[in-house]
Ligand binder design. Structure first.
Ligand code: AMP
Length: 215
């Protein structure tokens, strides 16, 4: 199972990426974590990207694509869950090309939907716990704006390819996690059955109400 996660900052892609990786026993590749690890270790790459991370700007495509290609090569091709990339249409196309080359294009683009105010609330709460340099209010707003400008439009492309699964991620993380795993189990059966069969996008965002959401 090859899963890409597309979501605004604070929607829970890191948390849910870990859940998906554990459930399907596949590697979790999180570009933000990999970049922060380089910064923390003071590598050349870390020095190159630190300012971008602090400002909430995207690091150059070449840097992040090379990093992801290496991470994918280090897996044993039994699937992946990737979070943090693609952030732009160019990255989406480049990642697709890498997938074609390695015989491992995405089966699912998992989109987590959360309201902006809830995102800001979660990110500010995280900043007091984790102290991330990019979780200050100004940088959070910048990252959100960037998400809507360059990342959100990619969803349409995945919708057209029939691999988009949208999930209402406003609810508590454990409920969201269960819904994701249920949806991915269905996708897994379809992929195992006929990987080339064209599929329709799956939209589970309306399910929030069934789980107690009132708006
Ligand atoms: P994240 O942990 O996914 O929120 O990413 C944290 C930061 O890492 C972002 O604000 C960017 O500065 C950088 N970053 C992560 N993934 C990418 C990417 N695919 N392209 C460019 N920059 C990225």
């Amino acid at each position: 199972m090859n899963v890409l996660m597309i979501a605004p900052p604070g929607a829970g892609k890191g948390t849910q990426g870990v859940v998906i990786a554990a459930h399907f026993d596949i590697p979790h590749i999180a570009t933000g974590d990999l970049l922060r690890d380089h910064v923390a270790r003071g590598t050349d790459l870390g020095r190159q990207v630190r300012d971008y991370l602090d400002r909430g700007e995207l690091v150059p495509d070449e840097v992040v694509l090379t990093m992801v290609r290496e991470a994918l090569e280090a897996t044993d091709r039994r699937g992946y869950v990737i979070d943090g990339i693609p952030r732009t249409m160019d990255q989406a196309r480049a990642l697709y090309d890498i997938g074609v080359e390695m015989g491992s294009t995405a089966d699912v683009a998992l989109h987590l939907e959360v309201d902006d105010e809830e995102l800001v609330r979660r990110l500010l709460a995280r900043s007091s716990k984790e102290g991330r340099s990019d979780d200050t209010e100004g940088v959070i707003r910048r990252r959100l704006a960037l998400y809507y400008e360059v990342t959100h439009p990619i969803l349409e492309w995945y919708g057209e390819r029939g691999i988009l699964v949208s999930i209402d991620a406003m609810r508590p993380a454990d409920q969201v996690g269960r819904q994701i795993l249920t949806a991915l189990e269905v996708v897994r059966q379809m992929v195992d059955g006929d990987p080339e069969h064209p599929r329709r996008p799956i939209d589970l965002t309306g399910l929030g109400r069934a789980f107690g959401r009132t708006d």
